[in-house]
Design a protein around this ligand. Structure first.
Ligand code: IFM
Length: 439
């Protein structure tokens, strides 16, 4: 039996995002987001599912905080629905929206759970989209205004702020594959969106620090590992090029101040960059959030579709925890990084409620255990990881997959909104209590 002890102040938490759990899509003055519009468009999501009700967290947040307490969470990562506080994305503020997050943060603090806030987790204001969205430079300043508004209101209690969740998904799924809102398919536009998101990130970092220089600001990037299947030079080269093309997109500009040449070649050239952009993007951050789920594997011929002998989650993602350690060590050696938080990690599996009323989810439990262990090993390798947020607290709306994929530590019955802590959640209680994982 090996015992993996974590440092004293390690921040164990769970994560969610507004559109995936809140529901109340048009209540109390909330404005329309691109995800409201997209999910209401026939054919865009599995089963026509929408986030209209989701986990009804907007009405059940107290019950959900009670669950967080039961789990013993030290921190909770959540996002603000931009259009709940600024229905049109800019201009008139909706006091009821601000009050909602105010109450939520108060209750988290009262429960001794540290709030860890994401400003934008994909639910972009429809009204701003109609004025050019992320491709309109003027709109980037509205994101900074929104950041300042939230920092003024919550900055006395929320100390850790992130600007964007997974900008790559916003750009590529939203503007290349079109599988996410707003559902466009225009690679050149996507490249510009990716760059403009970085500019908006830089403006928001300044805006938050303008409100209070002591607030800690970061961004959340999703990083996959790109592994070589063997020692063949071609396999190694294929993995390395894949990394340079797709995993450096945001790490490079943020931590080196320029785009990786292989990313630029892959994207068909540089986006339009204005004077001062790169310095704005490369501002020093207080921490970086890393989301990790899986890896890609390459042999001499190219990407391996299905890895023989490997387990796959319901998302079709290979389970490979050692890839998390390799990825952390790689980014740590290639960039001068601030402290890292694993801001998302978890797995979707087709859970069932057993006759005993419980959800026995040994595969999710094992997935988490292996990833916690690999993180601890990466820390021993010198990577400064300060905390870990399991994705997700609750089963929730998994974007284009609707409610068909369950990631939660807590099961949600969408007919009754009943919450049931799964075995993985019960196990997590113990991990947090002992601040250790045992294998
Ligand atoms: O549900 C998403 C989340 O919104 C962003 N990161 C990946 C998760 C699982 O796909």
């Amino acid at each position: 039996m090996t015992f993996y002890k974590f440092p004293h102040h390690f921040l164990w938490g769970a994560a969610t995002a507004a559109y995936q759990i809140e529901g109340a899509w048009n209540e109390d003055g909330k404005g329309e987001s691109i995800w409201d519009r997209f999910s209401h468009t026939p054919g865009k999501t599995a089963n026509g599912d929408t986030g209209d009700v989701a986990c009804d967290h907007y009405h059940r947040w107290q019950e959900d905080i009670a669950l967080m307490r039961q789990l013993g969470l030290k921190a909770y990562r959540f996002s603000i629905a931009w259009t709940r506080v600024l229905p049109l994305g800019a201009g008139n503020v909706n006091p009821k929206g601000l009050d909602f997050y105010d109450r939520l943060v108060d209750a988290l603090c009262a429960a001794n759970i540290e709030p860890f806030l994401t400003l934008h987790h994909w639910d972009y204001p429809q009204a701003l989209y109609e004025t050019g969205g992320w491709t309109n430079r003027a709109n980037l300043h509205y994101f900074a205004d929104y950041a300042a508004l939230m920092a003024k209101r919550l900055g006395d209690r929320v100390k850790k702020w992130t600007t964007f969740n997974e900008p790559s998904v916003i750009a590529w799924e939203g503007y290349v594959s079109g599988e996410h809102a707003p559902g466009e398919q225009d690679a050149l536009k996507a490249r510009q969106v990716a760059h403009n998101l970085m500019v908006a990130h830089g403006l928001a970092v300044q805006a938050i620090r303008g409100v209070d220089p002591d607030l800690e600001v970061g961004i959340v990037l999703n990083q996959w590992m790109e592994d070589a299947a063997d020692n063949e030079p071609r396999s190694i080269q294929n993995a390395e090029s894949a990394w340079n093309r797709s995993q450096t997109t945001f790490l490079h500009p943020i931590f080196k101040g320029h785009y990786h040449p292989e990313f630029v070649a892959f994207a068909g050239g540089l986006p339009e960059i204005q004077a001062g952009d790169m310095a704005l993007i490369a501002q020093k951050l207080d921490f970086v959030g890393i989301n990790f789920y899986s890896r890609n594997l390459y042999n001499a011929q190219g990407r391996v579709d299905r890895v023989e002998g490997s387990e796959y989650t319901a998302m079709g993602w290979e389970v490979c925890a050692p890839a998390l350690r390799r990825m952390l060590v790689k980014i740590n050696s290639e960039y001068r990084l601030p402290p890292i938080y694993i801001t998302e990690n978890g797995a979707a599996f087709p859970d069932e409620v057993s006759p005993d009323g419980k959800v026995h989810d040994p595969r999710r439990l094992d997935y988490l255990k292996q990833h916690f262990i690999q993180t601890r090993l990466a820390m021993q390798d010198g990577v400064d990881v300060r905390g870990y947020f399991v994705w997700s607290l609750l089963d929730n709306f998994e974007w284009a997959h609707g409610y068909s994929k369950r990631f939660g530590l807590v099961r949600v019955d969408y007919d009754t909104q009943k919450r049931t802590i799964k075995d993985s959640g019960e196990w997590y209680v113990d991990v947090i209590r002992r601040n250790a994982v045992e294998e």
